[in-house]
Design a protein around this ligand. Structure first.
Ligand code: FES
Length: 152
């Protein structure tokens, strides 16, 4: 992730303004550069796109792919779809919650964020998880947290 810099963002968005970017394009570029879209970027995107702050905010909050906070060092995806539920993912989710990680909200703790997802394509090794893009099969809360700490 690139460290946030107002000057860098303004420069990049100004370059985009030559091609009259849409709100989505400007928000996507902001997220590419910064790893997320901070509230402080809303004014800059609105200026570049010549729209209101409310319009930018509406698009930003509608699409779940846009992050509004800096991502954690380690992002854990925990599958909560049917195959994984049938072999214990609910218990994994509960145990992660007991350790302070709410996969439903995707909160961050100690540089680790645990988020829910729906099928990682690894149903044969359910319950499935993914740590910074690396698959983990037959996952338990213990194995997930150990892998997440090792990935830091
Ligand atoms: S349902 Fe969990 S990996 Fe497919």
């Amino acid at each position: 992730m690139t460290k946030y810099s107002h000057d860098m963002l303004i420069g990049e968005l100004t370059r985009l303004s030559d091609s009259k970017p849409g709100i989505m394009q400007a928000l996507q570029r902001t997220q590419e550069l910064l790893g997320f879209v901070p509230d402080t970027a809303i004014d800059q995107v609105a200026d570049v796109c010549n729209v209101s702050r409310a319009e930018v905010y509406g698009v930003l909050t509608f699409y779940s792919d846009f992050r509004r906070e800096a991502p954690a060092d380690v992002v854990v995806k925990v599958c909560v779809a049917e195959s994984c539920q049938s072999v214990g993912s609910r218990q994994v989710v509960k145990e992660l919650h007991d350790h302070g990680y709410d996969v439903h909200s995707g909160n961050q703790k100690d540089g680790i964020a645990c988020e829910q997802t729906f099928c990682l394509g690894n149903c044969a090794l359910a319950p499935a998880a993914m740590i910074n893009g690396k698959p983990l099969g037959r996952a338990s809360a213990t194995s997930i947290l150990a892998a997440a700490k090792a990935a830091k």
